[in-house]
Design a protein around this ligand. Structure first.
Ligand code: FAD
Length: 192
């Protein structure tokens, strides 16, 4: 069913075109991109949905970009950089605000992955904060500007709009659940 849930409560899910009564609801609405309010970031490419990934792929095939910036070096950013470096002649950059790649993992993992990317020719820039994304370049908070033909945003996720509007217990916007994934008496939440 091509339908979007808008709100949930009092045993009913209200959708765009219909509403459905429930005894138990399970929320599995995933996540959306977090652009942190950075100017121009929303116009970058993303690969967190199939549609967005196809759009990025078409751009690469049609425009053959020579300089590709991947903003964010979590698992997604690192994987995208690795695949692009293997399959394209483009100069590929990974840009990370923290002081190392994969900052959520151990230092040893970061170093191993950084070496692997370097062997593939990926340029890794750490401790740099993107302040604005323009069509042909990226600007950093220290005033540096790097030209690019394509920017791909992999810098973080946030709860989807649907979850933002729900009145359930939350931690930093994400639904809080107990050990049984229960968020309230009749609502469970899973996934991300
Ligand atoms: C490039 C990439 C590589 C990855 N590789 C791995 C991997 O190797 N291993 C791994 O474990 N994980 C991987 N992941 C992460 C994995 O894809 C996610 O953890 C997983 O998809 C989350 O599942 P989910 O069901 O919570 O959310 P999603 O898969 O995002 O599904 C949520 C669904 O809910 C729908 N939805 C949202 N809001 C509404 C609404 N209001 N009404 C109705 N429907 C709605 C969305 O359209 C979507 O179809 C990868 C992610 C990326 C981007």
């Amino acid at each position: 069913m091509n339908e979007r849930a808008r709100s949930l409560g009092n045993k009913v899910v209200k959708c765009e075109r219909s509403q459905i009564d429930f005894d138990i609801a399970v929320i599995a609405a995933g996540a959306s991109q977090n652009y942190y309010g950075i100017q121009g970031a929303e116009s970058t490419f993303a690969i967190n949905t199939l549609e967005e990934t196809i759009k990025a792929r078409r751009f690469i095939e049609d425009r053959n970009p020579e300089r590709i910036m991947i903003i964010g070096s979590g698992l997604t950013g690192v994987e995208v950089a690795s695949v692009l470096a293997e399959s394209l002649d483009a100069s590929t950059y990974v840009i990370e605000a923290r002081d190392r790649l994969l900052p959520q993992f151990s230092q040893q993992t970061s170093h191993l992955v950084e070496s692997a990317l370097a062997r593939k020719g990926v340029n890794v820039l750490t401790s740099v904060q993107v302040s604005e994304v323009k069509e042909d370049c990226i600007l950093f908070s220290d005033g540096v500007r790097l030209d690019c033909d394509m920017a791909i945003w992999t810098a973080g996720l946030k709860p989807p709009d649907f979850v933002e509007n729900l009145e359930l217990p939350k931690n930093q916007g994400w639904i809080l659940v107990d050990n049984y994934l229960r968020a309230s008496f009749d609502v469970f939440a899973i996934g991300r």
